[in-house]
Structure formats: structure tokens, C-alpha cells
Design a protein around this ligand. Structure first.
Ligand SMILES: [Zn+2]
Length: 136
């Protein structure tokens, strides 16, 4: 290894390094806050065919809900601050097999019925453009 004659970092290098570190920390902080972090209330967002049809707080809405789309009926059970598809007449049953979800960022997708049930947080981690599920 060859050493450069100027081993001591000058002031600008130090400043640049500090800025990079600060930016990295800020980015990490934003990502951290977007996940299952503290604060905010958990909300369930139900979308059918790409459009939001209902949004509710699971802890306030315990019970069963029913959604019908494309000839299929999904029975959604709201319990323990989360949701699950308890019964559906879709052919794949993927939504039923997903089971109960109760954390921000989790979702249940029923492809045949084009129903998406997502858990989001109300404190900004839930921008509508953040939906990255592609259904086909
Ligand atoms: Zn299904």
C-alpha cells in the first residue's frame, strides 16, 4: 500500500464526511420511522380493484366485515387490533391462508377478488402512493 504524502485530512474532508454521516443518519431515521415504529395509530385500508373502499381502526372496529368483489365474498374478521380473512369463496384461498395480520406494512391480498387489505400507520407512514403491490 502506498501512502499519500498528505496523511492528515484537511478541514473540508472532515466536513464532507460529517455531512455524509448526517445524511445517512437522517435517511436511516426516516426509514426507521416509516416502519413499525412508535406513535400513530394502526389503520386498516381495504382496496378493491385498486381503489380504497374503506379505512378503519381495527381496535375500534372489532367484529366481522364482508366485502364482495368480482363475484367473490370475503369475510374479514377484525380482532386483537388486526384483521384476518376468516372465510372466502375465491378459488386460491391465499387470502385465507395469510391468516391474521396486526403490524403496519403487512397486507392480505386476494388476487381473484382484487381485494387488498393493508395495515398502515396514521402518522405519515401511509402515503397512498406507497402501495407497491401489483396485482395481475
Ligand atoms: Zn382470496
Amino acid at each position: 500500500m502506498r501512502w499519500s504524502p498528505k496523511l492528515r485530512p484537511n478541514g473540508w474532508d472532515g466536513l464532507a464526511a460529517a455531512i455524509v454521516l448526517l445524511l445517512a443518519a437522517a435517511c436511516a431515521g426516516m426509514l426507521w420511522g416509516r416502519g413499525a415504529a412508535t406513535g400513530g395509530e394502526l389503520e386498516v385500508v381495504v382496496s378493491i380493484d385498486g381503489g380504497e373502499v374503506e379505512r378503519f381502526v381495527p381496535t375500534d372496529s372489532a367484529g366481522e366485515k364482508t366485502y364482495t368483489s368480482r363475484g367473490y365474498t370475503l369475510h374479514v374478521l377484525v380482532r386483537d387490533g388486526g384483521v384476518e380473512v376468516s372465510q372466502a369463496d375465491c378459488p386460491t384461498q391465499d387470502c385465507v391462508h395469510t391468516g391474521w395480520i396486526g403490524r403496519a406494512g403487512e397486507s392480505i391480498v386476494c388476487l381473484p377478488a382484487r381485494v387488498i387489505i393493508q395495515l398502515v400507520r396514521t402518522d405519515g407512514g401511509s402515503d397512498p402512493g406507497g402501495v407497491d403491490v401489483v396485482i395481475g
